[in-house]
Write a protein that binds this ligand. Structure first.
Ligand SMILES: *Cc1c(COP(=O)(O)O)cnc(C)c1O
Length: 397
């Protein structure tokens, strides 16, 4: 998945153009910047690539989620449905706004189970936030139907799935709002950065204002701008956007390399009858950043994962025991450990996660192994790897 593997001259040239002018900020300083507007250019590129009306860049994927929620008016006490298998940023962004993260089971897509979503809806629910984990997507048709029926927003966290698609549309562009991360280990990187995409003019207007202290961005005098509402600073710098501009131009190339490497490994593992691959919803195409598969039991998955490591196959993850990606190890959330006091609305309505039953998620995540697909592998290396993976897994069955 990581675009940093192929950091090169194009990235250096883009950054150098910013360094040559010294204008590191995305707004203002028109006379000094020699025509360089890296953040604006990257927004235009993403808008085109994602086939949406608007893109706004921010400082991280976590910021993108926070800004996206804020732009749609999500605040204190609003419930946001999110999966048990995701990144900690999901609940961080929700809690940052005083809203309430409602964890919901995942199914064999490793993303939100639509039935579990429907069962979790209350009169406080405002948003359904599927997370397209490890390169593949939630069942967006089913989720969209649920959102329509209950008058909810659909916010796609596509931070790990840029370049993937669903029924011919880019992931992130299907919901009311979509978010990307360009942190250092994502498919394309800015070093640090993120983006919100939408077809909704009003949400877009809110995103750029909210992420820049509420500035209305009207006129040429930043000091004289009005503030229609309270905001915050989630701006991206020109240096980060410059790296992203070089990388977005290479997105198709990155996805093609990932697809080649993924396919070699998948074809090999397909020969083991006990290995079952993650379900990709009808009409979906992964971005091939990870190869995800299930073994017949939790024990078999643990053994196979261990054997992969011992046989020198790096980059394979057993997320079930991982503190970043699975609810079981989110001790800080489960115990509500915050530095200061949490908002009253959160304290009053946050479910008691010490008592939660997510055995339906455990059934899938406990049997799953996810192997990172690297860009830098030569084809021969991938065949070698495929052989080692097969040997390691077969040993344990
Ligand atoms: C990386 C990631 C984020 C957050 O992005 P940052 O840029 O690291 O803040 C959010 N959601 C998912 C699924 C991610 O993988």
């Amino acid at each position: 998945m990581p675009g940093f593997e192929l950091f090169g001259n194009k990235e250096r040239e883009q950054v150098q153009e910013v360094l040559d002018t010294g204008v590191l900020m995305r707004y203002g300083f028109d006379g000094m910047r020699n025509g360089h507007w890296k953040a604006k250019e990257l927004e235009a590129e993403l808008t085109k690539k994602m086939d949406v009306k608007h893109t706004h860049l921010v400082s991280s994927g976590t910021a993108a989620l926070t800004v996206a929620l804020a732009s749609a008016g999500i605040g204190a006490g609003d419930e946001v449905i999110m999966p048990t298998f995701t990144f900690v940023a999901s609940f961080e962004s929700i809690l940052a706004l005083g809203a309430v993260p409602i964890l919901v089971d995942v199914d064999d897509t490793l993303t939100l189970d639509p039935n579990a979503v429907e069962n979790a809806i209350t009169d406080r629910t405002k948003v359904v936030m599927p997370v397209h984990m490890c390169g593949s997507m939630a069942d967006l048709d089913a989720l969209q139907a649920i959102c329509k029926k209950h008058g909810l927003l659909l916010l796609e966290d596509a931070c790990q799935a840029i370049g993937g698609s669903y029924q011919g549309k880019p992931l992130g562009s299907i919901g009311d709002l979509g978010c990307f991360s360009f942190d250092y280990v994502k498919t394309i990187t800015c070093g640090e950065g993120g983006a919100v995409i939408t077809n909704n003019e009003s949400y877009y207007q809110n995103t750029h204002k909210y992420s820049d202290h509420g500035h209305d961005h009207l006129g040429n005098d930043r000091g004289a701008e009005k503030h229609p509402f309270l905001g915050y600073n989630f701006r991206i710098s020109e240096l980060n956007a410059a790296v992203g501009l070089a990388q977005i131009a290479r997105l198709d190339e990155f996805i093609a390399i990932q697809k080649r490497n993924y396919t070699i490994l998948r074809d090999a593992l397909s020969q083991i009858p006990e290995v079952v691959f993650r379900r990709v919803p009808d009409g979906g195409e992964e971005n091939y950043s990870f190869l995800n598969f299930f073994l017949p039991s939790e024990e078999a998955a643990q053994k196979a994962h261990e054997a992969l490591g011992v046989n020198g196959v790096d980059g394979c993850f057993y997320w079930y025991n991982n503190s970043w990606h699975y609810y079981r190890k989110w001790e800080h959330l489960i115990a509500s450990k915050s530095l200061g006091k949490l908002p009253k609305d959160v304290l009053d309505t946050l479910p008691d996660y010490t008592k939660a039953d997510f055995s339906a998620s455990d059934k899938w995540v406990g049997r799953n192994i996810s192997c990172l697909i690297k860009l830098g592998w030569a084809e021969e290396e991938v065949h070698e790897r495929a052989k080692k993976m097969m040997e390691a897994i077969k040993q344990t069955l």
